[in-house]
Write a protein that binds this ligand. Structure first.
Ligand SMILES: Cc1cc2nc3c(=O)[nH]c(=O)nc-3n(C[C@H](O)[C@H](O)[C@H](O)COP(=O)(O)OP(=O)(O)OC[C@H]3O[C@@H](n4cnc5c(N)ncnc54)[C@H](O)[C@@H]3O)c2cc1C
Length: 182
């Protein structure tokens, strides 16, 4: 069972691309594009004490705000921005400043002392209409090769739920084909 990300799966299959079925699989999954996720970490002088551990923001740059007091870092917030958008048009320093100001317009916050931007360019696969044509089944045409990953046929977009469904499906197929494999 190859339970790696789409990019890693493609790289791991490449040395076997002289096998037609492997080549077909590589071609199919290579048509899947990606979307980025940016996480902006903000460290404040003292505890932030947001009303909720997780808050959704509408109409701004920020999408989700997580209060890191959940992990014992009470003076840190993590702001998640999913997909492409205006935040990609500005520098990291500007993004930190804008996000801090945006949060300040909603919450009362202490002085910001540090900010860090983490960009995951290939965070999720691009869930566009027709994407299912390129998502492979867990059972491949290659004997003995099974796939697990959110990008496979799960009925879900790029999510943890999808990844779990995929792993379960793949394991169930293997179990049904090899009864001694419990
Ligand atoms: C910043 C960010 C935020 C996200 N937020 C959410 C969210 O809030 N909710 C949600 O549902 N989903 C979220 N997602 C999406 C979610 O993380 C993915 O859908 C899910 O992790 C996909 O699981 P997977 O098992 O398919 O792949 P992965 O989680 O990528 O697991 C693949 C594993 O393969 C390993 N691997 C890679 N190469 C090799 C190799 N050569 N040999 C062996 N192992 C290898 C990797 O180390 C990794 O552990 C987020 C993703 C990102 C990047």
């Amino acid at each position: 069972m190859l339970a790696t990300s789409l990019t890693a799966t493609r790289q791991l299959l490449k040395p076997l691309q002289s096998i037609p079925a492997v080549n077909q699989l590589i071609n199919k999954i290579s048509k899947i594009n990606f979307q980025p996720i940016v996480t902006v970490y903000l460290v404040y002088e003292t505890a932030c004490k947001l009303p909720e551990l997780m808050s959704g923001i509408l109409g701004g740059l920020s999408h989700w705000v997580f209060d890191h007091r959940l992990t014992g870092q009470e003076n840190m917030l993590a702001v998640v921005i999913s997909g492409e958008g205006k935040h990609q048009e500005i520098s990291r320093e500007e993004l930190i400043e804008k996000i801090d100001n945006e949060l300040r317009s909603i919450f009362t916050l202490p002085k910001l002392i540090h900010g860090l931007v983490n960009l995951e360019k290939k965070a999720t696969f691009d869930c566009v209409p027709g994407i299912n044509d390129f998502r492979p089944q867990q059972k491949t045409e290659i004997e003995g090769l099974y796939l697990a990953g959110d990008y496979t046929q799960t009925g879900y977009p790029s999510t943890l739920e999808g990844a779990i469904i995929s792993g379960k499906k793949s394991a169930q197929i293997i179990k049904s084909l090899y009864p001694l494999c419990q």
